[in-house]
Design a binder for this molecule. Structure first.
Ligand code: 5GP
Ligand code: MG
Ligand code: MG
Length: 184
């Protein structure tokens, strides 16, 4: 698939799945099952986090519920500005719930920082984040992220939910693109 477009595989399918099992074990220990706050509520950020969200939910040995949000940050396609617009909001009230935001990648951190401030105003019982990827060299704002899958170099990556112009989300691994792809 996408022959000739992928320059290198940064994180393999096996590495991703092993990491998800590890994260699921760590996360599950922190949330009491049968709490009055109800099941852990996973809030996935569309569309990039979809594969991570569904694999994580199935790896977690505790009951979870799922909600999705779609946000768009104004800026170019490869960098974000921190000005965020909600394209799709949560269907349910999260007041009093244990909420875990599920993110694909933290780049500048601006989107997540905005999202956390927004969700905190809705008074969840707790609010934490799990992200599959993080680019430590690209961080512009300090965001408290309890769970990180992989720290990666400041390079544009695709696959496992991450797109370039809506393509490559369906790859089971994380890779980098050949420069010819950006060239058109
Ligand atoms: P931030 O606000 O942290 O700068 O950006 C977050 C969003 O930018 C991510 O959720 C993702 O949609 C997009 N993004 C950041 N870095 C990458 C990348 O390397 N590849 C892809 N495909 N999207 C990225
Ligand atoms: Mg995201
Ligand atoms: Mg994108």
């Amino acid at each position: 698939m996408y022959e000739g477009d992928i320059a290198s595989v940064l994180i393999s399918e096996d590495q991703i799945q092993d990491k998800i099992a590890e994260l699921a074990g760590i996360i599950a220990e922190r949330y009491p099952v049968g709490a009055p706050e109800g099941d852990l509520l996973l809030v996935g950020v569309l569309k990039g986090a979809v594969f991570f969200m569904t694999d994580l939910a199935r790896a977690l040995p505790i009951p979870t519920q799922m909600e999705f949000m779609a946000v768009s940050s104004y800026g170019s396609s490869t960098s974000s500005s921190g000005v965020v617009r909600i394209l799709k909001d949560l269907d349910k009230d999260i007041a009093g719930r244990h909420v875990l935001i599920v993110e694909d990648i933290i780049d500048s951190g601006l989107t997540l920082s905005w999202l956390m401030r927004n969700l905190r105003t809705r008074n969840p019982a707790s609010l934490e984040v799990v992200t599959l990827l993080r680019k430590p060299d690209a961080i512009k704002v300090d965001v408290e992220v309890a769970n990180v899958g992989f720290d990666i170099p400041d390079e544009f990556v695709v696959g496992y939910g991450l797109d370039y112009a809506e393509r490559y989300r369906d790859l089971p691994y994380i890779g980098t693109l050949e420069p010819t792809v950006y060239g058109g």
